[in-house]
Write a new protein. Structure first.
Length: 542
């Protein structure tokens, strides 16, 4: 029978439940098990698609086009789990589905209540993500004690009662704060957090303790006694020294995967964690260090570009390089200061985004990278900036721009026809995986090694086909095209070390053990000696 693991969090938010769930999944895969991963989010938004990155971090897109929580990115980077829209449910989705049923009369006149109707819908959501897996790991968002989380916790309490406790395991991630004034580590917040869970009717089987310092046996014994958890099942997640990818090894060394299998009655092969050990060894011993300039409007919040930063690291792993980030606010970037702000970087990356704020700074960064032959990678809005810059400064279309920012621009970037009548913003973009055919002899084709690829999208605006010939004749290579919709997917400049921009988001498909081909090639170019700048190729000198 399928087994279930529920991961909850206590004391404070942002402890790393997503990373912990992903690491647990990776360890179970190392034992030959097929796992599934899921996130239940307590917020009322139907999905994070309309939320500011400052509120929620990046929006992670699955193959089937769901806009989801960024923790799903951790799940895919650490495991081989197949994630879909059933891998992320929110309070908004659950209440919307229940109210829709009520309006249809599906409840036959019953009074619709949180229990049983909302909790039943939550448990249906859990089983919808089961698929053909041995173990389903479900992370409960938020923190124990939050009003929003109560129906979720009640639902998983009922779920364990229905499935049987031998098939369900509860893991509680908590914080052991270190008080520098007294030099003590305190367990009282953990005791209170577990107490709240037990009041609801959930007894954790394991407690994972986030710590700054090493926990001694005295603390472990105390938590075991006051939280009613066996001593071997109180484990620590000490802050890592080098990388989040150390986490599976840290938990394996404490026997977490063995304990999980014993408690759930899972018979598995001996674990093979050699791939993680080799990766961590590579991370600890880079041969070089590179600095990549990231010119993005949301750089204030690291999680806003989480997958981009991780994909850059993965490209570094493949090239035995440590990546340092130089985060640059495009609103502060001008033609007068761009050389100083980007001086010395080994590569320039312009990530995605929406809205006009900072766009001109991104265009300025693109021009600097093009004219100074600095390796460049543009993603989504980064492609729009690259095409706009090329149209203005090489093609001579001085007012080239995007119709996203108004009708004062010549629209080299324009809204897709099917998007022009849309009024509701949520979930209505071009979302999920679409095919791309790569042209022979291009850098992109060389990086991938194949002609046909599938990549994930999240956007409304595209390169305007009316200007494709103008751009091509001026020297911009159309390296990739959607074969079904005849839309530009990849552009590049051939006589440049690496100047590639994509309409899609390659960062979503990068893994630490399998870096995305474009990020691997971008970092490889950043590692190479810098060629001398060529004469400026623009309308003033062409």
């Amino acid at each position: 029978m399928r087994k279930y693991i529920f991961v909850t969090g206590g004391v404070v938010s942002s402890l790393g439940k997503g990373l912990t769930s992903a690491a647990i999944g990776s360890l179970l895969e190392c034992r030959g098990l097929k796992i599934g991963l899921q996130k239940l989010d307590p917020y009322l938004n139907v999905d994070p698609g309309t939320m500011s990155p400052y509120q929620h971090g990046e929006v992670y897109v699955t193959e089937d086009g769901a806009e989801t929580d960024l923790d799903l990115g951790h799940y895919e980077r650490f495991t081989n789990a197949v994630l879909t829209r059933a891998s992320n449910y929110t309070t908004g989705q659950i209440y919307h589905s229940v109210i829709t049923k009520e309006r249809r009369g599906d409840y036959l006149g019953c009074t619709v209540q949180v229990i049983p109707h909302i909790t039943d819908a939550l448990n249906e959501a859990i089983t919808s993500a089961e698929d053909d897996v041995d173990v389903l790991i479900t992370e409960i968002g938020g923190t124990v004690g939050d009003i929003e989380s109560l129906p979720f916790l009640e639902a998983i309490r009922q779920f364990a009662l229905d499935k049987g406790r031998s098939h369900v395991l509860f893991i509680h991630l908590t914080l052991i704060p270190y008080l520098r004034v007294s030099g003590e580590m305190k367990t009282k917040p953990t005791q209170h957090s577990v107490g709240r869970l037990r009041e609801i009717g959930i007894q954790p089987d394991l407690i994972l303790c986030r710590t700054e310092k090493e926990m001694g046996s005295e603390l472990t014994d105390k938590i075991s006694l006051f939280c009613n958890v066996e001593k071997p099942c109180v484990l620590q997640e000490k802050d890592v020294d080098y990388s989040i990818y150390e986490l599976p090894l840290m938990l394996h060394q404490q026997g977490l995967d063995r304990i999980l299998c014993e408690k759930l009655g899972l018979e598995t092969r001996d674990p093979d964690i050699s791939a993680w050990a080799e990766l961590v060894e590579r991370i600890k011993n880079p041969k070089r260090e590179l600095e990549i300039g990231v010119v993005g409007k949301y750089i204030v919040l690291h999680d806003a570009y989480k997958s981009v930063y991780e994909a850059l690291s993965h490209g570094g792993f493949a090239n035995e390089a440590k990546i340092r980030l130089r985060k640059i606010d495009p609103e502060e970037l001008t033609p007068d200061n761009v050389a100083a702000r980007l001086d010395g970087v080994d590569g320039v990356l312009v990530p995605g985004g929406f809205g006009e704020r900072g766009f001109e700074g991104k265009v300025t960064a693109v021009r600097y990278a093009r004219e100074n032959r600095v390796p460049f990678l543009g993603l989504c809005l980064g492609l729009h900036a690259a095409v706009t810059e090329f149209a203005r400064n090489v093609c001579g279309i001085e007012d080239a721009g995007s119709s996203e920012f108004g009708d004062q621009w010549t629209p080299v970037i324009d809204l897709m026809e099917e998007q022009k009548k849309i009024r509701n913003l949520g979930g209505t973009m071009r979302l999920g995986a679409f095919p791309c055919k790569l042209a022979e002899g291009t850098r992109a084709r060389e990086a991938y090694g194949v002609e046909d690829v599938q990549e994930r999208h999240r956007h409304r605006w595209e390169v305007n086909n009316a200007y494709r010939n103008t751009l091509k004749e001026a020297g911009l290579t159309i390296a990739g095209v959607n074969p079904d919709l005849d839309l530009v997917e990849v552009v590049e400049i051939t006589d440049h070390p690496v100047f590639v921009a994509t309409q899609y988001h390659p960062e979503f498909k990068s893994k630490p053990t399998r870096p995305h081909p474009l990020f691997r090639a971008f970092i490889a170019a950043a590692c190479a000696p810098r060629p001398e700048p060529q004469p400026k190729h623009n309308r003033a000198t062409a």
